[in-house]
Design a protein around this ligand. Sequence first.
Ligand code: SAH
Length: 334
Amino acid sequence: MSRVLVVGGGLRAAAAVSAHLAQGDTVVVVAEELVATLEDLADRGLVAWHARALVLDDVLAADVVLRRPDQPSGSPEDAVTPGASLSGDTPPGQVGEVVLVGAGPGDPDLMTVGGQRALAEADVVVTDRLVPLAALDVVRPDALVVDVAKVPGGRSTPQETINKLLVEHAKAGRRVVRLKGGDPFVFGRGGEELLACVAAGVPVRVVPGVTSSVSAPALAGIPVTHRGTTQGFTVVSGHVPPGHPDGTVDWKALASTGTTLVVLMGVRTLPAIAEALVQGGLDPRTPAAVVADAGLPSQRRVDGTVATIADVVAESGIGAPAVTVVGHVVDVLS
Ligand code: SAH
């Protein structure tokens, strides 16, 4: 365990901070402004933050001093029309490529070797909220890192802008990595981004990621299938509750599939979902668990039954990102 002083408050600094916190180091950040992730860590008292001056005692006490200036980086809108060339740009006329990379659920160890390689080679990295920030530590110092985080209820970048960003940078000859939490094709809008590249004639490939729908349960000790217990699992989005006009999930049918049910984006809607499953005929005693922040130091799991899980979650204060697992696999290993 070391004492680390990080100078800089951007994404790059956040990546270094996350990597060091994961190792159990003590971190002090000096920066005028912090990106949302760092601000959150400072608010929760997980890092110490000084806005203006280096504090001499911190410098003297530090075992490691990291300088992570924010340049080059930019807001998504600036980056769509990248006026300035980036160092290492290929000669004009050459088309680069877009790589859609799945970053896994949160622990940088759960990113694939191919994903890490693409990230280390990238000229431009377009990242968002659920990406393990520590993974960004392998990005070249001269690469452009663009944060298009879609914070619920907060700052967000329209999908159109993201697509344009990927295409424009690749057309300028750059190797662009679109980094997504989990797997890009599991509720990750990877398909839309791929189609936008194809439509623009930009080479595009996918490096699949470790999806939270399987790995969050696994990290919490729940296998999504287990011989003799269940012969399958069904993954659904709970972002709209049962009965909502935008919803296409047949919750009644899900109550009788006999498979494990895994619900993503369903913390807020959990009371309605659990009720719909019971109404649909699922035994109210069916075990259920919610796993939050899987793969992160803050990982938590709470258990109940399909009848009690919504109350258990409300009492525990557990929040998104979280995966709900319903089925007898929940206690098969405990
Ligand atoms: N593409 C992602 C899913 C994006 S949808 C994947 O394959 O994992 C976002 C939802 O994923 C969250 O609402 C939550 O349900 C789930 N999720 C993502 N990361 C998670 C984590 N570290 N722990 C628990 N759930 C997570």
